[in-house]
Design a protein around this ligand. Structure first.
Ligand SMILES: NC(=O)C1=CN([C@@H]2O[C@H](COP(=O)(O)OP(=O)(O)OC[C@H]3O[C@@H](n4cnc5c(N)ncnc54)[C@H](O)[C@@H]3O)[C@@H](O)[C@H]2O)C=CC1
Ligand SMILES: O=C([O-])CC(=O)C(=O)O
Length: 273
């Protein structure tokens, strides 16, 4: 017998930008076992038209209300809002899917909060490749983990690290290494660009031991991430070249990764860790 809508897990999307819009539309198109019940936007009036036309017609509510109406809240908002979106969710023993992973480092107690209340924080692969292999290797011992990111200039402008260190990238004609250091420092210096570094570090050996290099590269049109991991079970390196979405800082595959992650939650066949 088919499960009726009452048996479906209720999902809400916080932030209707490059990622959130695609995720909300995919949920509305149908994901096994899930139903879209609410969305949040900074300027609700801008979104009222298309949201009302969705089959599910989710409510447009402020982020503070999402945890009350949904079982799963997908955070796709600016990183400064992570705490206000995620805390009420995990406090109720519910699930938060977090995209602004970089901000988890300044809000590590959210994980404790989730543990204390039986909630869960899920970090999808997002724009990165290989977190399944990294989490598997981390069951054993990872000796080293490194991320090398190359982005077109448009994917990096405005990052605090550039202003703080007086680094000019507009108009460069050759690749320029603009950062080398830990994932923790990469997240501070590039809060809207380097969620991938923090995701890799949380999957593996943590933000202080995970090394990161960032290049502003006028020769690439894609956000390119290469991970290199050496462990007692395997050595691997993988590269992903992301086509930017309408937000040049965000790869198109990020929203697809969230959709794939949501599909896995209730799918009858689940592939990959
Ligand atoms: N984990 C990963 O691999 C990746 C993570 N990200 C991160 O995911 C987050 C979302 O990324 P994008 O969708 O590209 O950003 P975006 O800037 O396109 O969208 C964010 C949306 O949140 C909205 N917003 C702002 N204040 C709000 C409020 N008070 N209530 C509701 N909505 C509000 C904005 O108006 C905007 O539409 C960012 O923090 C980004 O850094 C981005 C790419 C990859
Ligand atoms: O890590 C991020 O925040 C975004 C990113 O590099 C990408 O989309 O390729």
């Amino acid at each position: 017998m088919m499960a009726d809508s009452k048996a479906k897990t209720r999902v809400a999307v916080a932030g209707l930008g490059a990622i959130g819009t695609d995720v909300a539309k995919a949920l509305d198109q149908g994901i096994e076992g899930l139903t879209l019940v609410a969305v949040s936007a900074n300027s609700p009036d801008k979104h009222r038209g298309w949201v009302a036309e969705l089959k599910s017609a989710p409510k447009l509510v402020p982020i503070e209300q999402l945890a009350e109406v949904a079982d799963i809240v997908v955070e796709c908002a600016p990183s400064k809002l992570v705490r206000s979106i995620v805390a009420p969710v995990v406090e109720r023993g519910k699930t938060a899917v977090v995209l602004s992973v970089g901000a988890l480092l300044q809000n590590e107690d959210l994980v404790d909060l989730a543990r204390a209340h039986g909630g869960q924080i899920i970090v999808p692969n997002g724009a990165l490749i290989g977190l399944d292999a990294v989490t598997a290797a981390a069951v054993g011992t990872i000796h080293s983990a490194k991320l090398v990111t190359r982005k077109p200039v448009a994917g990096l402008v405005g990052a605090p690290h550039l202003a703080e260190n007086n680094i000019q990238i507009e108009g460069i004609t050759e690749p320029l290494r603009i950062f080398e250091g830990s994932a923790r420092d990469a997240a501070k210096g590039f809060p809207a660009n380097l969620n991938v570094a923090v995701a890799l570090s949380l999957a593996g050996i943590g933000p202080d031991r995970t090394r990161v290099e960032i290049w502003a590269d006028p020769t690439v049109t894609r956000n390119t991430h290469r991970i290199e991991v050496d462990s007692d079970s395997a050595r691997f390196s993988m590269m992903i070249e992301n086509i930017p979405s309408e937000n040049p800082k965000t790869g198109r595959i990020t929203a697809l990764s969230v959709i794939a992650c949501l599909r896995k939650l209730r799918a009858s066949l689940r592939i990959g860790t």
